[in-house]
Design a protein around this ligand. Structure first.
Ligand code: ATP
Length: 225
């Protein structure tokens, strides 16, 4: 089988979604070499290639049709779609399946002691975030104006060093917020990992691989419920 007819799946190279993604693909019967350092790895027993990249690159790779499928957090996906719409770039994709891992929420958190009286208390304030588009959409829906500064990591430290009034960041247990003297005041987006697919039609070879893979993914998800 030539490279063009192998199904290409993008997954996070390393991070919070990579172990669960790898486990899912293995449980679907794909033979993956986890110690493989190659960024484009062949699955030995199926005509599938796995592209291991940064999470934030996955939506664009699928939307541009470079990868046929991707496994990514809804937060990353929605942020990328909003950003690409703003830039006039292609932002279509198909959400093939919602997966049952990677659960978290994007929330606004303020320093302990901040007098929070509802959403209007946040009007005119500045937030450190990796998700400016999601924050901006939420602020518009709520009828408030916010400023933001873009941070790709260590967002929780921003208020303490005077970079921002509050933060808008991903939370799962809340322990990191607490450790940094922050209190969650608004949940703005709920997220889980999703399997997404390019909006362009797949060739028949790729479609038939997907037709084999998809019921297996759904079976694994059901078994985990
Ligand atoms: P990358 O470094 O690969 O570009 P990233 O910075 O988003 O991406 P991670 O911190 O590993 O990398 O997070 C990957 C995804 O895991 C998040 O986008 C989110 O969907 C999910 N996630 C689940 N729980 C959390 C959490 N508590 N904090 C951050 N992300 C979480």
């Amino acid at each position: 089988m030539t490279t063009e007819t192998r199904l290409r799946i993008a997954m996070q190279k390393s991070g919070r979604l990579s172990d669960d993604t790898q486990a899912l693909l293995k449980r679907c019967g794909l033979t993956l070499n986890v110690t493989d350092r190659r960024l484009l790895a062949h699955v030995a027993n199926m005509p599938i290639d796995i592209m291991r990249v940064r999470s934030s690159d996955i939506p664009g790779l699928v939307m541009d049709g470079v990868c046929d499928l991707g496994i990514v957090g809804d937060n990353t996906l929605e942020e990328a779609a909003l950003e690409r719409e703003l830039m006039g770039q292609k932002s279509q994709y198909i959400r093939t399946s919602q997966l049952n891992f990677g659960g978290c929420r994007l929330s606004i958190a303020m320093p302990e002691g901040f007098d929070y009286q509802g959403i209007k208390s946040l009007d005119g304030l500045r937030f450190a975030t990796t998700y400016p588009q999601l924050l901006n959409r939420y602020a518009k829906e709520q009828g408030i104006n916010v400023e933001f500064c873009l941070l790709k990591g260590s967002v929780e430290v921003a208020p303490r060093v005077g970079l921002s009034d509050g933060i808008c960041d991903l939370v799962s247990t809340g322990a990191t917020l607490e450790a940094n003297g922050l209190v969650e005041v608004e949940e703005i987006f709920k997220s889980k990992a999703s399997l997404i697919q390019t909006a362009s039609a797949l060739c028949s070879e790729k479609q038939s691989i997907l037709d084999t893979l998809l019921p297996r993914i759904q079976g694994v998800m059901k078994a985990k419920e």
